[in-house]
Write a protein that binds this ligand. Structure first.
Ligand SMILES: Cc1cc2nc3c(=O)[nH]c(=O)nc-3n(C[C@H](O)[C@H](O)[C@H](O)COP(=O)(O)OP(=O)(O)OC[C@H]3O[C@@H](n4cnc5c(N)ncnc54)[C@H](O)[C@@H]3O)c2cc1C
Length: 407
């Protein structure tokens, strides 16, 4: 019989990126095979601990800030698609460990895009190298989906801004030495009067409380940051004097990137669930046959395959468009539509895929021992953070109605 080979790349990866993508896929896969263990994953999940050792190792390989330039300690990869593939591979290997280490630098890209040269040179490299973590604090107890008016205020007093307020649900707050805070510099201007500040967590007046008891993603620490009259020198306004009152816009422009990255995380989680369900279906025998021979099981596997295949296409496409967006070639509100479409499609379908995986495993799917229970817990928040499905849905329709995206 003739030997068949796929003659086309099913994901249409541009020719110029193919060798880079193949190399990062191989390196990420080998990294996970070597260092990720089920025991470690369960341990950090139980104890809610950040896997520092793995994070440092990933930083040495350039995985933490894969597409940032080497002069900032980044991996220097040429396309965001490469970072998608690293995420896909690490999260596919283990959802808790992969997501945990990759979120250690959450928000760093905002500093890269909007910080002054001095801010970038000083603060990005230790995070990119996996020595420190980072945070981006937008959410407050009374302002989650709606951050157009914040309770956290920054009052100018001479050469300082004095920050007062509470930020909550902040990824990495308990481990990070510094990160970004969004505050009202001119409360009467609403979202047009918000500014991003770089702050250190050991400055007087800053108090960080870890928030324990998350459903999933328990290797990724969460915390509340209380700011009680924190004196922030004016040099710590992100972007310098020009950054004043740009915070809200910059936060949204950053979320255009973050939401696409969440798509890659959810893709990795779908694949993790599929791998386990497919393996189980071949081995588990009922009524004298492996359950994969039952059509009702085949139907679920086929649906999982469709949703994963098209989600991967969506995630890869969005990362390639991100390359253009980061260069300034895509209008932010057009990118917002593409980011929201990608995030909603992939994260909502991740729920379907992972739910099918649990069903295929039957009672075992409900038990810790078989991992899909943990994958379910890990994936669920992808529909909530960086804009809920509802908020991203509103963005999609708004973009269509205002002509920033057309179908
Ligand atoms: C694990 C985790 C990590 C996080 N990390 C960070 C972080 O690092 N930095 C940060 O700043 N924040 C972070 N968050 C916060 C997260 O972004 C918010 O939880 C999210 O934006 C939703 O805000 P909320 O929880 O206040 O819900 P709410 O805004 O109160 O929403 C409650 C419900 O109402 C719906 N809703 C709200 N408005 C509308 C509307 N107009 N139309 C229809 N439905 C609506 C929402 O979709 C949701 O279903 C994190 C949260 C979690 C759980």
């Amino acid at each position: 019989m003739a030997e068949f080979r796929i003659m086309v790349d099913p994901y249409l990866i541009p020719e110029q990126y193919k060798s880079e993508i193949e190399l990062v896929r191989k390196t990420a896969r080998e990294f996970a095979q070597r260092y990720f263990t089920r025991e470690l994953a369960r341990e950090v999940d139980h104890k809610e601990e950040f896997p520092w050792d793995l994070y440092r190792k990933a930083g040495e390989l350039g995985f933490i800030a894969a597409t940032l330039p080497p002069e900032y300690g980044g991996g220097g990869l040429t396309t965001e698609l490469a970072s998608a593939v690293i995420t896909e591979e690490l999260v596919r290997a283990d959802t808790t460990l992969g997501q945990g280490i990759l979120s250690g630098a959450f928000g760093l890209y905002a500093l890269y895009l909007f910080g002054t040269e001095e801010q970038k040179k000083q603060y990005i490299p230790p995070v990119a190298r996996g020595e420190k973590t980072f945070f981006l604090a937008l959410t407050e107890p009374d302002h989650g989906s709606d951050i157009t008016q914040l309770s956290t205020v920054a009052k100018k007093e001479g050469d300082y801004y004095v920050l007062k307020g509470i930020k909550t649900f902040i990824t990495n707050a308990p481990t990070a030495e510094y990160g970004l805070i969004l505050a009202q510099t001119e409360p009467e201007k609403g979202y047009r009067g918000q500014t991003l500040f770089l702050i250190h967590t050991d400055w007087p007046g800053v108090d960080v409380k870890p928030l324990k008891g998350k459903m999933g993603q328990r290797a990724s620490p969460l915390g509340e940051i209380r700011l009680d009259g924190v004196k922030v020198p004016k040099e710590y306004v992100v972007g310098g004097p020009e950054g004043l009152n740009k915070g809200f816009y910059w936060a949204l422009q950053y979320l255009n990137i973050g939401r696409v990255h969440v798509g890659a995380v959810a893709l990795g989680m779908m694949l993790a669930a599929f791998d386990r369900a497919y393996d189980f279906a071949q081995k588990r025998v009922q009524f004298g046959r492996p359950i994969i021979e039952f059509q009702l099981i085949q139907q679920k596997l086929a649906e999982m395959a469709q949703l994963i295949d098209i989600s991967r296409l969506a995630v890869y496409r969005a990362h390639l468009i991100l390359d253009e967006y980061i260069k300034g070639a895509v209008e932010p509100r057009t990118m917002a539509a593409i980011s929201s479409i990608t995030k909603v499609f992939v994260t909502e379908n991740a729920t379907k895929v992972i739910d099918h995986a649990i069903q295929i495993l039957g009672g075992s799917g409900y038990m810790e021992e078989y991992d899909v229970e943990r994958i379910w817990r890990d994936h669920r928040v992808t529909r909530i953070y960086e804009g809920t499905t509802e908020i991203n849905t509103l963005t999609i329709v708004d973009s269509l109605r205002r002509g920033f995206y057309t179908l």
